[in-house]
Design a protein around this ligand. Structure first.
Ligand SMILES: [Zn+2]
Length: 275
């Protein structure tokens, strides 16, 4: 499943394609949403936001399209008059006079009054989105130290969209390795310095992945790996995620994979001691 940075990049593409010009045609595949075609036609998309893995397409007449891609949903954009080449099922199409945005395969789509978004059951339980809402370092530190979250194991906590929205499996692995915290540790077990570093890394690595389109390793490490002949993106983008049995780039210990939580959890026993 794509994580926050990939969803934010898709939101940027949709925004660049259809925002700020009048929507001339809008089409919903689901019958219960078709009455909204008339309501949204002729209005303007102001902004496309993300809330974790959900996308919010805001119109200037007070309505918002909520969409969640789940596993298969995918946005395409192209020049008006063209259609993407795909065998997926079209769910939503937005056209202005120049460009079009198409959402395929997603089944979780809704049209909601912008002023009532917080009442949406999925959105209401989400933590702050690092890339659309820009929570401060203090916000994240406070959440880590709060009674709601401080006793949760960090590995599970970082995937909980109610803590921070948009982190998934690869961001979790890279953030915890750089923070030098074992996934089974809890915020309640950490020193104030460790909490501060973890909060910084949650923000920094998510933003870096957005900026670099999915490369979480620091630029200096990427440069070193490329100089060592690891020139393919798949060879230098991550230190930990997907690298079980391979040497950690920081300490040369082999990366381990723990499946006990039901999802693949990668970590470095050298960088992230359990004690
Ligand atoms: Zn290591």
């Amino acid at each position: 499943m794509p994580e926050g940075p990939e969803i934010r990049l898709a939101a940027d593409r949709v925004e660049n394609a259809v925002a700020h010009r009048k929507i001339e045609v809008i089409e919903f595949a689901f019958e219960h949403l078709q009455p909204f075609e008339r309501r949204l036609r002729g209005s303007i998309v102001n902004r496309v936001d993300t809330r974790g893995k959900a996308m919010l397409t805001h119109f200037d007449n007070g309505w918002t399209i909520y969409s969640h891609n789940q596993l298969y949903g995918r946005w395409y954009t192209c020049a008006r008059g063209k259609t993407p080449r795909t065998s997926r099922q079209l769910r939503l199409a937005l056209h202005n006079d120049r460009r079009s945005a198409f959402l395929y395969s997603a089944s979780d789509i809704d049209v909601i009054k912008t002023s009532r978004l917080q009442e949406h059951p999925f959105l209401a339980r989400l933590g702050p989105d690092i890339l659309s809402e820009n929570p401060s370092l203090e916000d994240i530190v406070q959440r880590l130290q709060s009674s709601t979250f401080c006793r949760r194991q960090l590995g599970a906590l970082l995937l909980d969209q109610g803590f921070v929205a948009g982190l998934g499996n690869y961001l979790r692995a890279e953030i915890l390795t750089l923070a030098q915290l074992h996934p089974r540790k809890r915020a309640a077990d950490c020193t104030p310095g460790q909490i501060d570093m973890l909060a910084r890394l949650i923000i920094r690595i998510t933003r870096r992945s957005y900026r670099t389109r999915g490369i979480t390793n620091p630029p200096s490490l990427v440069t070193r790996l490329k100089a060592e002949g690891l020139e393919k993106r798949g060879q230098y983008r991550f230190n930990t995620y997907g690298r079980a049995g391979k040497a950690c780039h920081y300490c040369a210990t082999n990366i381990e994979l723990d499946m006990s939580g039901g999802r693949k959890m990668y970590f470095c026993p050298g960088c992230q001691p359990s004690a």
